[in-house]
Design a protein around this ligand. Structure first.
Ligand code: BDR
Ligand code: CA
Length: 317
């Protein structure tokens, strides 16, 4: 007996591309299990005019000129924008020269798209996938609190605990850029899955994998190889490890194959005041407080299977 194909899972990707955001977006667009309703863009790795342009470059590369891409917030809720050109280069997508995009942005603000979509779609049917600072998501939750119970899940890349910080000794970049936004999201009551540095620093590219990407002989394969090469030089210099951590693709891989990952349901608080620790994700991994669990905090990944999944999917583009 043949079974009908299950409906693809509806997602909205919220992003600030970024080379690893780009690989995550390609992975999602290559995966029939996912129905990407739209891509909302925020300022983060580089300012908004560049992140929204990069999102369009990536979709055109994937042959998806039809994708809805919305520009969103250009600054964090309560502080000035911190960017990461030292990691991602001047354009945010350094590593390979790609044509300027010709597809337009969708009209309207990313926050309104998030609100309208969540109000329109059946409750529990849309998953949000933030790959950058949480400004757009928090603004939508603050403006329209009625959407919170309608969100199926928020699966995000951000934070760190045992691995501590990458932008300060205590804080991970996405959370550090907009701690007030992260605080709103983590206190929203929406089910949250966190892919922190604790796991993404285990998802390190190997030379062999990068050359496999290049060897695909496709534009997407060449781009992934060149982006990760660019990204790697920073992490190698900083951590002394070989390979680039594919942070954001972990979010999409989790949606596709959650059994590749292990974690714990725990309480996570966002530090807003610490003199040295602002933006830290204070994760109660050992459950030493009464804090009610609000997040599934991931710590482990089956690395080889993760890269096999990426290879198989990127090869489809
Ligand atoms: C996160 O920060 C960005 O630089 C990456 O794209 C990733 O989302 C890692 O800390
Ligand atoms: Ca990112």
């Amino acid at each position: 007996m043949s079974h009908p194909a299950p409906h693809p899972r509806k997602i909205i990707i919220d992003t600030d591309p970024g080379q690893d955001d780009a690989v995550a977006i390609l992975l999602a667009l290559a995966s029939p299990e996912l129905d990407v309703l739209g891509i909302t863009v925020a300022a983060g790795n580089v300012p908004l005019p560049l992140t929204q342009k990069n999102a369009r470059v990536i979709c055109e590369l994937a042959g998806r000129r039809d994708m809805k891409i919305f520009a969103g917030c250009d600054a964090p809720l309560a502080q000035r924008l911190v960017t990461a050109e030292h990691v991602h280069g001047k354009t945010g997508l350094d590593g390979i020269a790609l044509p300027d995009p010709t597809m337009p942005l969708s009209p309207g603000h990313a926050v309104d798209f998030l609100i309208d979509t969540l109000r329109r779609e059946p409750a529990g049917s849309v998953t949000l996938c933030p790959l950058g600072p949480l400004t757009n998501i928090a603004t939508a939750l603050a403006k329209a609190p009625d959407i919170a119970p309608k969100i199926a899940e928020i699966v995000l890349m951000g934070g760190a605990y045992f691995e501590v910080g990458n932008i300060t000794p205590a804080a991970e970049f996405n959370i550090y850029v907009d701690p007030e936004a992260a605080d709103i999201v983590f206190r929203s009551g929406v089910p949250i899955v966190v892919l922190p540095l604790d796991v993404t620093h285990k998802a390190l590219t190997s030379r062999e994998w990068v050359e496999r990407m290049r060897g695909l002989g496709t534009e997407a394969g060449r781009a992934v190889a060149s982006w990760t090469d660019f990204f790697e030089r920073y992490d190698t210099a900083k951590y002394g490890s070989l390979g680039a951590p594919l942070h954001d693709p972990c979010v999409i891989a989790y949606l596709l194959q959650p059994d590749l990952f292990t974690g714990r349901q725990i309480h996570v608080a966002i530090e807003l005041e610490g003199r040295h620790t602002r933006g830290m994700t204070v994760a109660d991994w050992w459950r030493v407080t009464e804090g009610a669990p609000n997040a599934f905090f991931i710590g482990g990944v089956k690395r080889d299977a993760f890269f096999d999944l990426l290879t198989e999917r990127i090869a489809r583009l």
